[in-house]
Design a binder for this molecule. Structure first.
Ligand code: TYD
Length: 393
């Protein structure tokens, strides 16, 4: 029983390191490799990148930039209020307050190490600790506010390297009847969609239900419900409680574990097969770009996502193929993509009549983007995607 490496995505930059200069003097790169733990069934990066390099005051991702995300957070908060009616809530990784701002009548506390983001929620009146989540911070918060009835963490637990400490810190911060909900990209979806771009510096782990189940088996916590969501191209919301809290455990938990076992997710060979499919995806994508460039087509990128950094750097897609990226996030505009140095511009200047193709960096927002870009599509503009297989749409 051991940890075995199955995927090598080559030299990669910090995905959040949008550059001010297309020819930076110094840029940090690391080797992005992915490992399967045969004992715990947990999939993680082989080498973690130092958190301070990724989560700092220049952090670019603003969850509230997307209408889809705003609406799904609003809907989720209403659901939580109805189902659990918590009187206190703690969010680990509160970003710009997209979730917590829906809970203004109860005690709401945020934890957000990126200072620029913590400032936003502090200004909204939500007390936010601008620190990394660990045992010491949990002790400090619980001493001041007592244990919480609801703890939420979306796209954050998978970013924290020390999983055991993270979970212990949650155990001590959750009241005995409290509910802990985590939401992260689903490993099953990644394997099905060949969306290898879910692997990047921040995603220290891409979770399976199997992995979380095994992780919690040694704690006082257990999974009692699961919901699939379409967020980030296919995520899972896992509902966790203390074992002594006698809420019914939904049949969905066993079903989800069975689906993962049926897919072969407890076996190394499944991951090795996935790695082969990733190599073939790379070849196909490069082919598409090469052919279009031979025919003098103008290609731009749509959505300078973190995920796209993995694809661009792994496949060697740079300014030779893509003229520029368009992105609605103001802090990315005027900068250059990490590693591949492609300029990023704002939407008003982007899809003029000279553009033939747009590579979907934000493929997870395909629906929202297609409905926004009807004009481009109507005049014959086409999109390129690599998920689930590289193709033109
Ligand atoms: P996101 O989904 O958070 O992916 P990642 O976690 O991989 O960065 O990022 C989506 C990006 O796409 C974000 O920078 C905003 C951008 N975007 C647009 O530019 N236009 C759009 O219409 C949408 C929906 C997103």
């Amino acid at each position: 029983m051991a940890k075995i490496e199955f995927l090598n995505l080559g030299k990669q930059p910090i995905t959040n390191n949008f550059l001010n200069n297309p020819k930076p003097k110094k840029e940090f790169f690391y080797n992005l490799k992915v490992t399967f733990d045969e004992k715990s069934k947990i999939v993680s990066l082989s080498n973690f990148v130092q958190p301070e390099k990724m989560f700092n005051e220049t952090y670019a991702h603003r969850a509230s930039m997307s209408k889809t995300m705003l609406l799904s957070n609003y809907k989720l908060s209403n659901y939580i209020k109805k189902r659990f009616a918590p009187r206190s809530i703690l969010e680990i990784g509160s970003n710009d307050g997209i979730f917590l701002k829906n809970f203004n009548n109860i005690l709401s506390i945020g934890v957000e190490p990126c200072k620029n983001l913590a400032l936003i929620t502090d200004e909204m009146g939500i007390k936010t600790y601008s620190n990394f989540w660990d045992i010491n911070l949990a002790k400090k918060i619980v001493n001041k506010y007592n244990a919480f009835e609801f703890i939420y963490s979306a796209n954050t637990i998978s970013h924290i390297h020390n999983l055991k400490e993270t979970i212990s810190a949650v155990e001590m911060s959750l009241s005995d009847n409290g509910i802990f909900v985590i939401e992260d990209p689903s490993l099953l979806e990644v394997l099905k969609k060949i969306s290898y771009d879910q692997f990047y510096d921040e995603h220290a782990y891409v979770f399976s239900i199997l992995g979380i189940f095994n992780l919690l088996s040694e704690t006082e916590l257990e999974i009692f419900d699961i919901q699939k969501t379409s967020t980030h191209g296919g995520s899972q919301r896992i509902y966790i409680k203390k074992k002594k809290n006698k809420i019914n455990i939904s049949q969905k938990v066993n079903n989800a574990i069975k689906s993962e076992l049926d897919f072969g997710m407890s076996k190394y060979e499944t991951y090795k097969k996935f790695a082969k499919k990733v190599e073939s995806s790379k070849k196909k994508l490069i082919n598409i770009f090469e052919n279009l460039k031979k025919n003098k087509k103008k290609i731009i990128g749509y959505g300078a996502t973190y995920k796209s950094a993995t694809v661009l750097n792994y496949c060697g897609i740079n300014t030779k193929y893509i003229d520029y990226f368009v992105d609605t996030t103001e802090t990315k505009q005027g900068k250059y993509t990490p590693g591949t140095h492609i300029p990023i511009i704002k939407p008003s200047e982007a899809l003029d009549s000279s553009v033939d193709y747009a590579f979907l960096g934000a493929w997870n927002f395909k629906k929202e983007i297609f409905s926004k870009e009807k004009k481009f599509i109507k005049r014959g503009g086409k999109f390129i995607t690599h998920v689930p297989t590289p193709r033109i749409i």
